[in-house]
Structure formats: structure tokens, C-alpha cells
Design a binder for this molecule. Sequence first.
Ligand SMILES: [Mn+2]
Length: 342
Amino acid sequence: MKNADNKIDRAEDYSAATKLLMSWNCPLLITHANPDGDALGCIVGLKTMLKSAGRDSIAAVYEDPSQHQRSLTGVDEVYVIKGKEDPVFSKVDGVVVMDTCAIAQLFPVADWLKAESVPRIVLDHHSTRDLPADLHLIDTTASSATLMLYRWAKSAGWDISGQAALSIFEGMATDTGWFRFSNTSPEALRAAADLIELGVNLDETNQRIYNQDPASLLRFSAMALSGLELHDNDSIALLCVTEQMTKDAKVTPDDTGYVVNSPLSVASVGVSALLVDWGKSVIKCSFRSKGGIDVAKLAATFGGGGHARAAGARIEAPLEEAKAMILKCIQEQKDTTPKCSE
Ligand SMILES: [Mn+2]
């Protein structure tokens, strides 16, 4: 098994991946913990296409999907791996890891992947990579992992209609902020147009994914924002959330992530960090940036990973200590960022 470069997605790489995947009887399709629309779109989309091709596979996550995640197509049917001793590990003969290549994001499957020499394919568009694989499909310029899955499907000749089209579309749309973020490429828009021709209903999909939040999320948001800290002339936003707040607002841990985006709607805010304190001195951090600060670098400082504008990490430290470390790291990175418009 080997580690990967920044771009491995020539036509022959996709054919080799298809050949390897088709040599397995029952692949396990997995993604990062706390999966977003792109992650879930990958595992559900690939499972659907393999099913159409008459092949078995198991698409799996590590926690019961939240209500928000369940608004995505097919997520109700994904298997939930319950810990390191889950019987699924003895059933599968290959693994496809999608939308991540960071071991830290694969808990609780990480230990099994490290211990077993089960063959594996990685399909990813992130720049953080420490998971060795037999075959990597990597394109850090791809707007989403589902766009890479679309390329793979085209190369393999899989049936992309129906639910597969919807899964791939949902992944592409959510990872690009409904085709608004800077990662929206002409290729992503062309693929989206193809998927609409294949039956994706734009308005239905938009209504189903957005503006469907329960009132509890708004209450949680109000709690989280009440503790907002703004530093360095309102350019750095820090939000802290505790387990108790999620209980008081009656939201699930998976529902906590989205508040990190709120501060970015403020003109002066360039970077936003959300720290979720689950007790036992483990702080789950989400970082978002408008582009001036590379939050993938920031997350990597703490053993995490992600993109330049969206990343995450787990820090083992008390909340106040974690907060101070993050603030210091952001300030240090800011100092070395070339100034263009100030
Ligand atoms: Mn993604």
C-alpha cells in the first residue's frame, strides 16, 4: 500500500479502480465521521450504482444519521457501524474510502484499517492525506468528491439515473454551497446539468435539503451565538458549545456543526472556529475561512484535516486551553499572510 500525490485521476486510474472494486464480492463504502452531503452522496451514490450493476456493497457510517442528514436521499438505509467489534468487518473483502484520506476522521474504523491488510481504494479531493491505500483517486482541485464519483461512474459505465443521480447531485450542490463557493467549477456545473437531465428535480432537492430545520436548531444557534467571541478587530470569531447546551436545546451532536458558518456573514470576520466540548477534555473543532487563513493548515496543527476554507480537528485539552491555542495559531498564520488590500 502506498501514500498519494496531489493528483491521481487519469482515465487509467479510474479503470484500475473499477477493476479492483469489481474483484471484490462485498466492498465496505465509508467516509469521514460526521458526514456531510458530499460524504453521504458518495457512499449512497456508489452503493446505488453498484446495486444497479448487480453488485453487493455495504455503505456505512459510525453514528445514527441526524434528522438533517436524513433529508438526503437514501441515508435512512445506510448501515451504522457500532464500534470496533462490529460484525460488518468480517463480511467485507475490500474498502472504498471517500471524501477523506485522513486516518483521524475514520474513527472507529481506523484501528481495523491499520491492523488488517484489507485492500482499499481512496477517492478524495482533500489535501490532508495519511491513509495508505492500494489505489488512490485524488484530485485536490475537484469541487467535490461526488464530482470525482461522477467521473468514475462515467468511466465505468455505471447507471447514473434515479437515486444515483440524486445522491451525486446532492453531494455536489452541498459541497459548493449550492454552486456559490469558489470551488464551483465549469465541470461541476456541466455535471449538474447532466444530472438534471437524468431526472434530478432542482426545486424539490433544494426545498428538501434547506429550510427544513427544526426549531430546536434555532434555539441552539441562539445559545451558541450568545457566547460568541470576536478577536483582532472583529476578524476572528470563536464559538464554544458544551454538551449541556445540546441537551438543553434538544439537538444531537451532529446538529452542532452548522453554527460555525454564521459569523462569516459579517464583513470583518475572516475566520470562524467552533469548539464543541464533549467533556473528558476532548474538544471537537470546526474551522471556516473566507480564504485569507488556510484552515486546513490550522487543523493539521492539531492532527486534523480538511480544505483551505473548511476543516476540522479534535483537540485533547480543556476548553479554555484549546481556545487559546487556536486563537494563537490563527494569529500566527495571519501575521505571515501577505497583505493585499489593507
Ligand atoms: Mn467533500
